[in-house]
Design a binder for this molecule. Structure first.
Ligand code: TIU
Length: 225
């Protein structure tokens, strides 16, 4: 048994378990100008700061031969998987499916929907599209994790209080032991990021744990190095 130093108390990795890194929505649509994030009225430049930290985590998981899943928030070109309630929300500038400078907003296959070049998935890593904010809704994620007998999930990506927190809550309700890597996640609203992490670890870790990339790498290298 190994542990990662974490809040609100150490995160335990039982012997024989293999944690999976879930990288949420590190796609151009949220991090680059001209995508969905900007269409919603956000300053997307805030999100680029975590790219090197997410890459460090990916490098660590790859070096230790641990599983990685990448998600993209994406809809089918005919929008048949986009509920009208989601379609009509958001800022006035551009809606899901509208044509922007990086192609149609939040549509699978468009340039804007691709993962950032430096964080691209390798061929042996699962990359899934998700039509919702959570990574489990209408995806094959749970079956994939079940087949690999994965019980421990580490979360990175954007945005902390929207897709990362939703995915973590979905995972928590499904019985997974979840940890958010606090400097590998970001929000357009720094105060929302802090609040989301505080909510996750409050009440004795009601949704899960939080740790820094440094703490995670130190724990994983001890356990699997
Ligand atoms: N708007 C916002 O903060 N986030 C999203 O719409 N999706 C994700 O968090 N990926």
């Amino acid at each position: 048994m190994f542990t990662i130093a974490a809040s609100p108390y150490p995160y335990v990795l039982p012997s024989g378990s293999k944690p999976c890194l879930i990288v949420i929505d590190m796609q151009r649509d949220f991090v680059e100008a001209g995508g969905f994030g900007e269409a919603l009225g956000n300053d997307v430049s805030l999100l680029t700061a975590i790219v090197p930290t997410v890459k460090r985590l990916l490098d660590c998981f790859r070096a230790l031969n641990l599983p990685i899943v990448h998600t993209r928030e994406a809809h089918k070109p005919d929008l048949s998987d986009c509920p009208p309630a989601k379609l009509k929300r958001g800022g006035a500038s551009m809606k899901i499916g509208d044509l922007g400078p990086m192609g149609r907003i939040l549509i699978d296959g468009e340039v804007g929907n691709e993962l950032l070049p430096e964080l691209r998935a390798l061929p042996d890593e699962l990359e899934i599209t998700k039509p919702g904010k959570g990574a489990f809704y209408a995806t094959a994620l749970q079956d994939y994790l079940h087949d690999l007998e994965i019980t421990h999930l580490l979360f990175a990506g954007v945005t902390t209080e929207v897709c990362v927190q939703t995915s973590m809550r979905e995972a928590n309700d499904r019985g997974y032991e979840c940890l958010i890597v606090e400097d590998a996640t970001e929000s357009y609203f720094p105060e929302f990021k802090q609040a989301a992490i505080a909510m996750i670890i409050a009440q004795g870790g009601i949704v899960g744990w939080s740790a820094s990339c440094e703490q995670v790498i130190a724990g994983l290298e001890q356990a699997y190095g």
